[in-house]
Design a protein around this ligand. Structure first.
Ligand SMILES: C[S@@+](CC[C@H](N)C(=O)[O-])C[C@H]1O[C@@H](n2cnc3c(N)ncnc32)[C@H](O)[C@@H]1O
Length: 259
């Protein structure tokens, strides 16, 4: 079991490099913009916002957006504030809170989003707290990857121990059931998204060393170096120069009932 304070320290350590080592996908944000189309001045809360790469993309994609950026980690919130301010965006506030302690203003939000973060929370607690913050018919949008999708990444296929270490990701059937079991929420749909990726081995090694997925922080340093050496050999044997694979994610959409 990963200790919460160890993970929080991991996120503090990676906060200043995180945006540079992760790939930001436009599709989920474009889909969220479609869901919100027609709502004047949508008000949202992004939970587990990290350094704000998806918050910036939402501001660039969703007109008249107002956003509350929420994260447990202070260093991440400093990054999000600096990023949005540097782009001249001021229709946001930041809030330091864990999901487990979060109390959103009741029925105040048109949508709640969370990108690449729900495997760090108690998902059912996250659902209840998001529901309380949502206005009637408000939208809950969760972007994450499923265990099988994780297994098909370059890391799942070639990095020793990666899928075994990563036990936190949720199955879609579980997420759907937890949504349906939460009074006041209903499941709308789940959309799988698939992206072709290409990279160099050097860049992949750099991403591991900067722990771009928190899964890498679950290895002891020696074990990580050993696994990295095996990964490099496997990738060299399989690919000639450019490394190509598909990443997959799912966008889960739920709504607050009109009660
Ligand atoms: C993998 S990062 C994703 C960040 C961002 N959404 C993105 O996609 O770039 C997960 C984030 O969740 C935050 N987090 C982890 N546990 C949390 C909790 N219990 N409550 C709130 N935030 C948490 C971490 O501090 C981190 O910023």
């Amino acid at each position: 079991m990963v200790k919460t304070h160890d993970m929080n320290r991991h996120f503090t350590d990676v906060s200043s490099v995180y945006r540079g080592v992760r790939t930001t996908d436009r599709e989920p944000v474009e889909r969220i913009a479609m869901v919100l189309k027609g709502l004047p001045c949508p008000k949202g809360a992004d939970i587990g916002c990290g350094p704000g790469r998806y918050d910036l993309l939402m501001f660039e994609t969703i007109p008249e957006l107002h956003l509350t950026c929420i994260d447990a980690n202070r260093a991440m919130l400093e990054q999000v504030r600096a990023l949005l301010a540097a782009k001249g965006i001021d229709a946001f506030e930041t809030r330091q809170s864990t999901v487990e302690e979060l109390e959103l203003e009741a029925s105040a939000y048109d949508f709640v989003s969370s990108f690449n973060a729900v495997h760090h929370f108690d998902f059912r607690d996250f659902l209840r707290r998001s529901r309380d913050g949502l206005a009637a018919s408000g939208h809950l949008l969760v972007y994450t990857r499923l265990p099988a999708q994780n297994a098909r990444t370059i890391w799942g296929r070639y990095f020793p121990g990666f899928t075994k270490k990563e036990t936190r990701l949720h199955e879609l059937a579980d997420m759907q059931r937890w949504i349906e079991d939460t009074p006041g929420l209903r499941f709308v749909n789940a959309t799988s998204l698939r992206y072709p990726r290409r990279s160099s081995l050097e860049r992949l090694v750099e991403q591991v060393r900067s722990r771009h997925y928190s899964t890498f922080a679950l290895y002891e340093p020696d074990a990580l170096e050993h696994a990295l050496a095996v990964f490099q050999k496997r990738v060299r044997d399989r690919f000639n120069g450019t490394v190509e694979w598909y990443d997959e994610n799912v966008l889960v959409h739920a709504r607050r009932n009109n009660d």
